[in-house]
Ligand binder design. Sequence first.
Ligand SMILES: [Zn+2]
Length: 276
Amino acid sequence: MTTTPPQPPHNPYPAQPGGYGPPPEQFPQYAGQPHEHQGPPPPQAPYGQPFDQGQQFGQPPFQPQFQPQAAPMGALQCRFCGSFPAVPATVRGHMGLLILMRFLKLEGPFCRTCGIASVREMTAKSMWQGWWGIGSAIINPFVMLSNIGPWKKFNELPEPAPGAPGRPMDPGKPLFKRPAVLGLLVPVLVLAAIVIGNLTTTTSSEAKAGDCVKNAGTISKPDVKVVDCGSPDAEYKVLGRVSSSVSSLCDQYEGATVTYTEERRSTGYTLCLGPK
Ligand SMILES: [Zn+2]
């Protein structure tokens, strides 16, 4: 291929039906020339290079003398750059938006380069945008794993034949060299936060006089937890604790307005609670 300065990365998302014939400004070998190509360029090699099929870009594709490496009859061509060989595949991504979910889908056929570029881009997107919602966090791993099949297919393809009507996408960096890979830590961190939150919450069975508690459940199905008395969550103060499920024993504690009884098989206890 011709050596060209770095190109702006292609955005793989906009639908590019056909996608043939990129805008001439993408081809800096023509920089300084009018962008309208009225006729075929001189057939000699520009800049002393051997004439490269890549110089085809911008040419009307129907000029047979400049149409080397045309896709064989019936061969699949890449939907994005028109090159071949190409394979049909669907590359997926996922975005979780708390309640909404967005399923991203890019359908081929893809050449090797456009295919790998799409898998990387879509999976990178899922890695950090795919977790935000309970449903999404469950779905996202499957969406990302579903790209492994297409990715293998693309890797088995040879490089696109030169002379494609369009320019293949920029595959960019491998996934594990992109910052998006840090998004894989999101579910790990959320799980860790839940586990730590549960481990550090003290249940009512350890409550003693002087502690403060909150009811994380409802009145009919209470879930009493010990909380810091200074925290805004604190609802009641434990005035006393009796090792019995007889709540009337709380009468001995002045100011006890609420009782919380937990019954076990043989033992039980009652917390006598007053206003904080
Ligand atoms: Zn392509």
